[in-house]
Design a protein around this ligand. Sequence first.
Ligand code: C2O
Ligand code: CU
Length: 533
Amino acid sequence: PQKRYYNWTLSEISANPDGVWRTLLAINSRFPGPLVEANEGDTLVIDVHNQMANSTSFHWHGFHQNGTNFMDGTVGVTSCAIPPGSSFRYEFKADFLRGTYWYHAHFSTMRIDGLFGPLIVHSPKETIGMEYASDRVVMVQDYYHDLSHALLPTYLAPDNENAEPVPNTALINGKGVFDCSKVKEPYRCDASKATLEVLDLEKDKSHRLRFINVGAFAELDVSLDEHEVSLIEVDGVEVVPHPMNRFRINVAQRYSIIVPPRPAGESFWLRARMFEHCFAEIPETLQPEVKAIVSYSSSAAKTPTSKTWADSPGLECKDMNTTEVSPLHAIEAPKMADILIPLRSNFEIGAYRLSRGFFNKTSWRPSQTPTLLQAIDGLATDNASFVEPQNTVLTSAYDIKRQLVVKLDAGKVVDLLVDNFDDGNHPFHLHGHKFWVLGQGKGYFDLANYNSLNTTNPLRRDTVTIEAFGWVLIRFVADNPGMWAMHCHLAWHSEAGMLMQFLVGADTVKTWAVPEQVQNVCAHPEMQRGGPL
Ligand code: C2O
Ligand code: CU
């Protein structure tokens, strides 16, 4: 094992990745952020120097941070934001299996303004079910032409019917080409240098593409024209190779595919299309699809003439169905849970209320003092209320200041049954753990089936989609002491309060010393600068 050092300076840049000029938040002046890589067992040391006007913090999505809860970077939960002009050293281990992860800012909505990038854990001997000659990252995302904080006030205004800001377009690896003729004042557009991403792959070999949805709000349908590919990894979990032609990837999810060998000279469109029926309105300037070019051993990328699956007669399009996917390295889920936590997630909107997201009638607002520090003090101070599991179904009135923090003894097996009373899909992410997906569907879970769930090697992952008016049942072993967020990963929804926390192993947590650099940023007067409205 090695230590791997990264040195980042954060700044605001003016850039036009798709042609339209805007302010982006950049790491070492780059958009998207640089690739971070490690081998299993390595330690990552990332020095962050904040030269931006606002505070920020970084989260390492999918990393368990076992014993390093302070490095989880979730403002209000484990961390304080790094003030302008200050530095912070993240240091933590890649102490689990290889796979595809990512990092992003975890303060208000600023991650979608450019503070994100891929985080890949390799094994020194990397072969996952299938061999491959090359290994690439493909970040897909929706994209806005405005800073997120310019969009927030309208979104969070009362009585807006929970209409999330509609993205302008989509990008692949930070690239796209917007139609400048549709751009109106005050935006400026010059797409003469904008290009589509080109992935040139060696002929006659298989290749691995690691997809990450780094976007704000939109699920994306991804397909590679005229290719049958194999899914081999889901959120850092290797799976039995699963053939498919097209997959849907929600915000923060990751999928690796193997692209089979092709002869030299051919080229094809790789397409990522926003799942736009969830948008509040469809503006006529919307460019819902972005393409990249996949070519084989060609020095000059030709414009592909390949067709979509829908336009390819005789070819049947096969969508990924995650219920048919099973992990390559089987891990049985415990047969029974110790605790079942029912959670109701919904948005409460209306003329007399703020438009907020709720879990069991609580809507999160980050505390000044991170709840981890409150737990170390052994107090429920600030506006947090620490509840025991049996009290999690709160029956009183909605409370937009209350934090839902569920205390768990270390080692407990926990079932979380989430009911979605909202008309949109939500990708839920649990920090510090992977979970088994034991079931999901429309309507309500039938509790009569609770004792006959399939626990034989179900899919494990860290971000699961709960469909509109649907449910999901996940099981996890709370074996990682710390304060861990569980939240909807849509940037607008977590900002609207759809976040709860688990305090695992309170006795262990109470003995932790607060690192000096954490004390320093938490004591800084500018700590919350640029934070939630
Ligand atoms: Cu990708 Cu709470 O994070
Ligand atoms: Cu959501």
